[in-house]
Design a protein around this ligand. Sequence first.
Ligand SMILES: Nc1ncnc2c1ncn2[C@@H]1O[C@H](COP(=O)(O)OP(=O)(O)OP(=O)(O)O)[C@@H](O)[C@H]1O
Length: 300
Amino acid sequence: MPNTIVATDLRKRYGDVRAVDGVTLTVEEGEFFGILGPNGAGKTTTLEIIEGLRQADGGEVTVLGRSPWPRDPELLPRIGVQLQASSFFERLTAREQLRTFGSLYGVPDRKADAMLETVGLTEKADTPVEKLSGGQAQRLSIACALVHEPELVFLDEPTAALDPQARRNLWDVLRAINTEGRTIVLTTHYMDEAETLCDRVAIIDRGRILQSGPPAALVRDLDSATRIGVVSGVLSVAEARALPDVDDVSDDGVSLVIATRDPSSVVAALASRGALDGVQIKGATLEDVFLNLTGREYRA
Ligand SMILES: Nc1ncnc2c1ncn2[C@@H]1O[C@H](COP(=O)(O)OP(=O)(O)OP(=O)(O)O)[C@@H](O)[C@H]1O
């Protein structure tokens, strides 16, 4: 796969703050790539440099084989950018807003209207943009980034502040766009979002990329314990400790949780005792990867 983005040793300081401190990453054509990290980690600044909205202090970046800085008019129609804070033309309806954006790129109105449908806003077509809910405004701003059918789409925290249902709806939209063959680069501070959507993620903290790879591979490489929970009382802590391959046992009065690196033998032992009531099996997550990399709990 050819590389759509190649960034090498990007750096940006704001006064004493090293917002981006040597970021190197590549994004392949067609990939769904996530930049994942807590607030202030440097995600937006990294994205803005790659998008050509901000000049780096150092480092190199090419986007679709071209340099995004200084602004390259040939690159602009090929990329779509959704910013964290969306700003719309005042007093336009959702449909007018999107048609106006589209017209800047010579997109016919019917295509703009089709994009409104894609993001599930057809019913709000005649609503003025200032009367849209937060989630609807978010979807409209994504539609604006997509209306000219760019090859490469940048989304900065697209689901921040959405309710769980709206987030899931938007995930479906983003998956569909990626399945069409468009490359997507998304920043997020939601671990579950990165795990669910992204082919690969780069975990960023304090301006540096700590690790990158497919979420499942990052989790697997941790080699951490699986946690098996059953309803408290089905067996005692002492009985649980005596099972084979148990690393640790805790019981908070609601659930008894067994940590193990060999979940199949623990589940088999629990099954043979008829002690599988309410069983829940949890593997490690990207949160554990972050904890392992930084020594800190993940706080978005
Ligand atoms: N224009 C600016 N002037 C000064 N400092 C800035 C500016 N923009 C960002 N910073 C600082 O740079 C660091 C990285 O900010 P950035 O917005 O890139 O992080 P982020 O990971 O996108 O955070 P968030 O998830 O909160 O948007 C932070 O410490 C932030 O306070």
